[in-house]
Structures are given as C-alpha cells and as structure tokens.
Write a protein that binds this ligand. Structure first.
Ligand code: HEC
Length: 202
C-alpha cells in the first residue's frame, strides 16, 4: 500500500533535482560572460579608484629592487598587475584590448632586508617576499578621451596607502611617452605577461 509522502519531503526532493540540473558539468567552465566593470568617472573627468581589482585576472609582478638600482629604485616594490576580467575575455577572443580596458598595477613592498642585497631568508629560500601594499598606477583604454596619449589614460592613486579615491589623467611627458616607445602591444608591456603575450593560454 502507498504511504502518503509528506509535502515537505516532496519539496526537498524537487529542490534537490533542480539543484542537480543547475549544476550540470560544464557550467563551472562558463566564463562570467562579458560581465564587465567599466571605468567610472567623476563629473570633472577624474577616474574613480576601480572597485574589486583584487579579484581581477593577475598577469604578472615585475620587481625592480633597490639593491639592483643603485640603492634607490623608483619602484622598489613588486608591481602586481591585474586586468579587468571582462576586458580580458574580449582580448582573448579578438587579440585587441577593447575600449574601457583597465590595468591595475598595485605596488607591494618587499619585507625588510636581512642581507646587503636586500634579500631575506624564509623557509622556501633566500629572496624577496611580499609585504604591505603601497599605492597603485592605473591605465584605461579610451581612444576618444585619451587620443593625445595613444588611446590610453594614465593615473596614479598614490605611491603609499591608503590609495586615493580619485585620480587625474597624467600628461604624456610623465607616463605615456615611455609606454608608447617600448611596450610591446598597444602601450601594454605584454612582453612581461605570458598570459597576454599568448592569448591562447588559459
Ligand atoms: C620610463 C618608462 C615608464 C614610465 C615613465 C612609466 N611606465 Fe608604466 N610601466 C613601465 C614598464 C617597463 C612596465 C612593465 C614592467 C614593470 O612594471 O616594471 C610598466 C607597467 C605599467 C602598468 C601595468 C600595465 C602595463 O602597461 O604593462 C601600468 C598600469 C603603468 N605602467 C602605469 C604607469 C603610469 C600611471 C605612469 C606614470 C605615472 C607610468 N606607468 C610611467 C615603464 C614606464
């Protein structure tokens, strides 16, 4: 004889089935399709500190320590570089950085030196190890707004913490000239970022 199944149990069963259907294999791989974070501007055209950049795609961390730069490097920190993920997806498909692409270069101090070459020893070996964050440089692609600097705007959000809430576009003589002269791809130093130098990598 059939027993009555309580309604609550039925509801749980249905919910479990729906849950199963929603997590078909393959879904996890679907990229967060073109959900982009686009630059935000103040009324007078300054760039608002991009939101959520620590969760963006990390492409590299060049390091120019003091000890290798006459004791005083301009940027002795790790240069941790991130690209906004929606722009990265488009770049992978087209090979071009779309309008609105943001690069976020966060500076991260190395932990204090124990040796004359600036290095220290940790359980993994002798070398340089990340310490506190220390400000950021940002670039934004907008070919209309920044036609004078090759289509990219350049911003500094302090070379210390906390980062500035907003920043003004800097003149060509301060930033863009160098990127325009020697960066490999559209003012971006893709030669140091294998992930961008080879968009087929995943
Ligand atoms: C003298 C050359 C030079 C100048 C001037 C310069 N940069 Fe760069 N920039 C580089 C190099 C080289 C890299 C990559 C290697 C590194 O970070 O050491 C880089 C990387 C960056 C990145 C990471 C994305 C990318 O394009 O690779 C940003 C963002 C950035 N610079 C912003 C700025 C801003 C803002 C200024 C002005 C305040 C500036 N840069 C001035 C040479 C320069």
């Amino acid at each position: 004889m059939l027993k009555k199944v309580p309604v609550a149990a039925l509801a749980i069963g249905v919910a479990a089935l729906v849950g199963l259907a929603a997590s078909r294999p393959g879904d996890a791989q679907t990229p967060a399709a073109q959900q982009r974070y686009l630059p935000e501007w103040t009324a007078n055209g300054d760039l608002v500190l991009p939101k959520g950049f620590h969760r963006w795609v990390f492409v590299g961390s060049p390091l120019t320590p003091n000890a290798l730069n006459g004791g005083k490097a301009n940027f002795p920190e790790f240069h941790n570089v991130y690209i906004e993920p929606g722009s990265y997806e488009i770049y992978k498909q087209t090979g071009e950085f779309p309008e609105g692409t943001i690069f976020f270069k966060e500076l991260q101090l190395t932990l204090p030196a124990e040796n004359p070459d600036g290095s220290r020893t940790e359980p993994s070996g002798r070398g340089f190890f990340g310490g506190p964050f220390n400000g950021a440089d940002v670039t934004v692609k907008d070919t209309k707004r920044f036609a004078d600097t090759g289509g990219w705007g350049y911003f500094n959000f302090h070379h210390y913490e906390p980062k500035a809430a907003t920043a003004k576009a800097l003149p060509k003589s301060e930033c863009a000239y160098c990127h325009m002269a020697s960066a490999k791809k559209d003012e971006v130093w893709t030669q140091f970022y294998p992930l961008l130098d080879n968009p087929k990598l995943d």
